[in-house]
Design a protein around this ligand. Structure first.
Ligand code: ZN
Length: 133
């Protein structure tokens, strides 16, 4: 595992939150992207070497809608960059973690992503991501 790739934050109103986080960071988001398959609209901020992703649900069945319903707005996941996502999936399974999608999905910001169930990771939703070619 290489580094924290980004931290994902679930928000109710992306436009409003883009304003809030632009004020915090002193810089606007560099990208807004909808991931239809996941029912989310995302925006990305650069903070030095780090990235913050804001996620808004685009429908009520979206994982983000369900998260906010249960827990309210806030930190949703931590994403880690990996070199070989398929090898990591096998390693995580062998370690006993629940991999939510064993076949990597196309995520935002040109990444292939896999999620580990928070049940086996102390309540933290962990995203593994690899650059999609
Ligand atoms: Zn993410």
């Amino acid at each position: 595992m290489n580094k924290i790739e980004h931290i994902g934050i679930a928000v109710n109103d992306l436009e409003k939150s883009n304003g809030i986080f632009a004020s915090i960071f002193g810089e606007k988001q560099y990208k807004i992207e909808e991931v239809k398959s996941e029912g989310v609209k995302t925006s990305f901020f650069k903070v030095g070497d780090n990235k913050i992703e804001l996620l808004e649900a685009t429908n009520k069945d979206s994982p983000i809608a369900k998260f906010i319903e249960k827990k309210g707005e806030g930190v949703h996941h931590i994403a880690f960059a990996v070199d070989d996502i398929l090898a990591e999936v096998q390693r995580m399974k062998k370690e006993g973690f629940i991999v939510l999608n064993e076949t990597p999905k196309k995520g935002a910001d040109n990444k292939l992503v896999v999620f580990l169930h928070p049940k086996t990771t102390n309540g933290v939703l962990i995203e593994l991501c690899q650059d999609a070619e």
